[in-house]
Design a protein around this ligand. Structure first.
Ligand code: GLU
Length: 396
């Protein structure tokens, strides 16, 4: 049992739903689909959509990330209970997604709101060019007052390069569109200091100012996994969202009108974001889930980076990975700690040739003139010393 005292500092006010302008709402399969009958819970959806319509009416832009395609499709295809093979779940997603999108469209139409379906794969959020396209489409839908209904494109996503969980997908969507709030509707009412089931000392945490290793530990642990419904991926999602400038809130979606319940004082956990949000570009860099390479830098280069300089080839001691110019790479210090992330200015083979060399020698080594920097300061996000991945520092 942890002895961490979790109180909300008086200076930090608990946010209110009404203060947010762009909200991503993640709806889990277990809320939408009746496990026994494999049908969509229409009444529950209608009540949630009423909550959403109220936010929409007040001028908030709402984006829904909805799970449930596989759960719905497997019923239609009459798959037996138990885990599915990859192709089976992809077939189930293909069948279920049609029904899922139709139900959302119908439920929103009651409030004269238009729905637009967007199916994303991992590379749509991780490759900057594709990410910009997806962001532009979502932005246009919001401008048109439509509500994007997003899911992972499970029927084409392959196992190695998929999210697999919509918590992290929703967090990436939130940072991608510059949302100020991510709501995870779940089957628990928030984070507890210990597994809530059967532990009389477990205390509900109303607000997390910063995701520390202690907070992460509360979410983990095999014994708690069942009763907390994947709290670990939710805290992972929290790290992505808060680093990108969005607050996150977890609440129990099993009640009717869960958002209404929170507005009326229902239990939830808020994860706050650092007050100075980073620029959109830096948000994307900081939240990259899969850096394609690692640059090991020397102490002098680290000091220069912390002063706001770009990373020069001379400061890179060695590098790993098969990356191309424009890919995200991780920057590590002498002890191997990740100190930041950035977009690399060179392909891996050329980067290896010029690593450790002075900028004026680049042309001679490569046979052509290249960029002076390995990672330009505008493409670099440094993590604060004690604050890995969370305290993203804006050094523009
Ligand atoms: N994308 C999956 C589906 O629609 C759900 C993933 C999740 O539940 O997190 O069925």
């Amino acid at each position: 049992m942890t002895d961490v005292v979790v109180t909300s500092p008086a200076s930090l006010r608990v946010p209110e739903l009404g203060q947010f302008r762009r909200i991503v709402i993640k709806v889990g399969s277990s809320l939408l689909v009746d496990r026994e009958r494999g049908r969509l819970k229409r009444n529950w959806l209608s009540a949630l959509v009423q909550d959403i319509a109220r936010l929409h009416e007040k001028g908030a832009e709402v984006i829904v990330v909805s799970s449930g395609a596989i759960a719905l499709g497997r019923t239609v295809l009459q798959f037996p209970p138990g885990s599915l093979k990859l192709e089976e779940s992809q077939a189930a997603a293909a069948v279920g997604q049609i029904a899922l999108a139709r139900r959302w469209t119908e439920a929103l139409a009651v409030h004269e709101i238009i729905a637009g379906q967007i199916l994303l794969t991992f590379s749509d959020t991780e490759k900057r060019r594709r990410y910009l396209h997806a962001r532009a489409t979502i932005g246009k839908l919001l401008e048109l007052k439509a509500i994007p209904i997003i899911n992972e494109n499970d029927s084409v996503a392959t196992s190695e390069i998929r999210y697999g969980d919509n918590d992290r997908l929703a967090a990436r969507v939130a940072t991608m569109v510059g949302a100020d709030l991510l709501i995870l509707l779940s089957d628990v009412d928030g984070l507890y200091t210990a597994p809530p089931g059967g532990n009389p000392h477990a205390r509900h945490i109303p607000m997390v100012a910063k995701i520390t290793p202690e907070i992460e530990a509360m979410a983990g642990g095999a014994a708690s996994e069942l009763s907390r419904g994947g709290m670990r991926t939710k805290v992972e999602a929290g790290k992505i969202a808060t680093a990108g400038g969005a607050c996150m809130m977890i609440t129990d979606g099993r009640v009717d009108s869960p958002l209404g319940a929170v507005m009326n004082g229902g239990l939830c956990t808020w994860f706050l974001s650092p007050s100075n949000p980073v620029t959109a570009r830096k948000k994307w860099i900081a939240g990259t889930l899969q850096p394609l390479g690692v640059l090991h830098v020397d102490a002098g280069a680290e000091r220069a980076l912390r002063r706001g300089a770009s990373l020069l080839p001379a400061g890179v001691k060695r590098l790993e990975g098969n990356f191309h110019r424009g890919d995200a790479v991780s920057v590590r210090d002498q002890d191997g700690r990740e100190i930041g992330r950035g977009l690399i200015g060179y392909d891996a083979d050329e980067a290896a040739m010029i690593a450790g060399h002075a900028t004026q020698d680049i042309e001679q080594i490569l046979g052509h003139g290249g960029r002076a920097t390995m990672v330009h300061r505008d493409d670099l996000v440094l993590f604060a010393h004690d604050d890995f991945e969370i305290g993203v520092k804006d050094n523009v």
